[in-house]
Design a protein around this ligand. Structure first.
Ligand SMILES: [Zn+2]
Length: 578
């Protein structure tokens, strides 16, 4: 008993010590706070300052809380009243990859500075700050010295995968983890105008300490696209430069080295900024460079958060107006883009501060050379920045989609994402447009717990389909339209079809016995001249088909009334009329 109390005393004492950020931030000593320390600090800040509240939102996969810490300048925490006051909202997500903890430490410093000093009071006048202190709790508890090869500190940090070894920055749309489910609750309660997900990156080395991924503007609604590209981003880069913490767009090499140009990242909705794009949020991923000292990485992340808040303060009315326009647009727009490719014909020129690339003989393999960066040879030169994407697939929205109630995974996710749905009050037969999957490819190895489909092609057919009382009808006339369309249209890059939610339809359930079908096949050809003509044509054109009894019988089976019409028929109906 004595030992237990003693241990408890030591534990509480150390908790109190580390829960006082003003006594010295851990990042200055190349350390990052643990999940528990971060919780304790935020709890103590919420206790001390009535402008702040700390809310446990729900249990992560490992059974511990994911929390949100909210700072409200006028101490108002009522969502309805904050909405009436037209507050803008900044949501910051930390430790999605706990080995990249700059944001954990930067956000604690941000919270402390915003609360403890009047110096920043104006930043809170119109803006609510919501911080997720530690998103990947399971990964955060899995701490070690070195799961990120050659990272320059901190001394110890968490692991990228969550407890189920999932990458949460691929889970925003499919929501396999409890963490992602909780994130949707936080996102739709806070309704951020601007969302920042904090990370650390590797890859090439350059003079900057931090790079930035913004929501790919070409995927945003046109009002947000122009605003982000022409107004907001130039301010953010300029302000960071003024603070002597210059940043660069994420260095994603167009070819082999940054000298050949860099390109924008295509943020499909599995990623954080792709997800916020679906709800007309402006998203950023800060990517501090892992070769730079931890202290500098945290300070760059902190300054970027401050710069964003400064922007939101100075441009509050315009930001709210642009977002309002975008949301109204999306409610009424009839055409939606589903997939994009890089447009290599368009680029901007930007200044790039890099290091000379050198090729060095490797001691491994035979005659192998590797590319390295000589920090003694810094340079500044203009490089091409290929930052444009163009849509490759567009669809016209239906009036509504009908989701059979059997597809519970879809319905759950729609509820989590606050999509308005109605249930049919009686059994109904309706003429609806159905998709038939005509082709798709599937990855060979499991990816994030799935065998992802891609290259999906479809044909459509209007057919009468019976729906049952309790099936869900989703009208495409709401702020979540892009979420609805990009998840339900099977050709969407991160559609629920792509993520295997509908694999059941891809398997034929009934078959035929070749010996008994032989006579039926003969009869079909004898009774249907057109069928016979098509069949003969196919034999002439396809020599393999001409030789194969199995192929010929299967061809005729598919044309017979025995063949199941639901094979490859995508089960979500498109209702075209009212
Ligand atoms: Zn990351």
């Amino acid at each position: 008993m004595k030992n237990f109390l003693f241990t408890l005393f030591i534990f509480s004492f150390s908790t109190i010590i580390t829960a006082q950020p003003e006594e010295g931030y851990q990042y200055t000593q190349n350390k990052t706070y643990t999940y528990q320390q971060a919780q304790d600090i935020y709890k103590s800040l919420a206790k001390k300052y009535d402008k702040a509240k700390f809310y446990p939102v729900g249990k992560s996969d490992i059974g511990l809380d994911i929390n949100v810490f909210i700072i409200s300048g006028d101490k108002d925490f009522n969502p309805k009243s904050l909405q009436d006051k037209n507050r803008s909202v900044l949501l910051i997500n930390n430790a999605i990859h706990p080995g990249e903890p700059c944001g954990v430490d930067a956000s604690i410093k941000l919270a402390y500075d915003l609360l403890s000093s009047d110096k920043y009071a104006e930043l809170l006048e119109q803006t609510l700050v919501c911080i997720i202190p530690f998103y990947n709790v399971g990964g955060g508890l899995n701490r070690s010295c070195c799961s990120r090869a050659n990272q320059n500190g901190p001394e110890e940090y968490g692991f990228r995968g969550n407890f189920k070894n999932r990458d949460l920055n691929r889970d925003f749309i499919k929501c396999d983890t409890k963490n992602a489910q909780i994130f949707t609750q936080i996102y739709h309660t806070c309704k951020p105008d601007v969302f920042i997900d904090t990370h650390t990156t590797n890859g090439s080395d350059f003079q900057y300490t931090m790079s930035l991924i913004a929501s790919q503007p070409d995927k945003l609604n046109q009002h947000l696209r122009d605003y982000l590209r022409n107004t907001m981003l130039p301010f953010l880069y300029e302000d960071m430069k003024k603070k002597k913490k210059e940043i660069i767009p994420y260095v994603y090499n167009y070819k082999k080295t940054p000298d050949d140009g860099i390109k924008d990242y295509l943020d499909s909705p599995r990623y954080s900024t792709g997800y916020s794009t679906l709800f007309n949020g402006i998203g950023f991923v800060t990517e501090a460079l892992k070769y730079k000292p931890y202290k500098d990485r945290v300070e760059h992340t902190y300054e970027f958060l401050m710069t964003t808040l400064k922007w939101m303060y100075k441009n509050h009315d315009e930001l709210k107006a642009v977002r309002k326009k975008a949301i109204e647009d999306v409610i009424s727009q009839t055409e939606f883009e589903l997939a994009w490719i890089h447009d290599t014909t368009l680029y901007e020129q930007i200044d790039f501060k890099g290091y000379e690339v050198e090729y060095v003989e490797s001691e491994f393999g035979e005659n192998a050379k590797y590319q390295t960066y000589n920090q003694n040879k810094p340079y500044t030169k203009k490089i091409n920045y290929y930052n444009r994407y163009k849509a490759t697939t567009k669809i016209t929205k239906p009036t509504a989609y009908i989701i059979p109630q059997a597809y519970t995974k879809v319905i759950e996710r729609f509820k989590w994402n606050k999509i308005n749905m109605k249930q049919l009050t009686k059994d109904t037969i309706a003429d609806v447009e159905m998709y038939y999957i005509t082709d798709y490819k599937t990855v060979k190895q499991p990816y994030e717990g799935h065998y992802l489909h891609y290259g999906v092609t479809v044909k459509t057919k209007v057919v009468p389909v019976k729906f049952y009382k309790g099936d869900y009808i989703v009208f495409v006339n709401q702020p979540g339209n892009r979420y609805i369309v990009e998840t339900l249209e099977p050709q969407g890059m991160d559609s629920f079809f792509a993520w295997n939610f509908f694999d059941g339809i891809l398997q034929q359930k009934e078959w035929f016995s070749a010996f008994s079908f032989e006579a039926t096949a003969k009869e079909m050809l004898a009774n249907d001249k057109n069928l016979k003509a098509d069949f003969d044509k196919k034999k002439q054109e396809d020599s393999e088909f001409a030789k194969s009894r199995n192929q010929q019988l299967f061809y005729l089976y598919k044309k017979s009334p025995y063949y199941e019409d639901t094979h490859n028929r995508y089960p979500i109906a498109r209702l075209i009329k009212n």
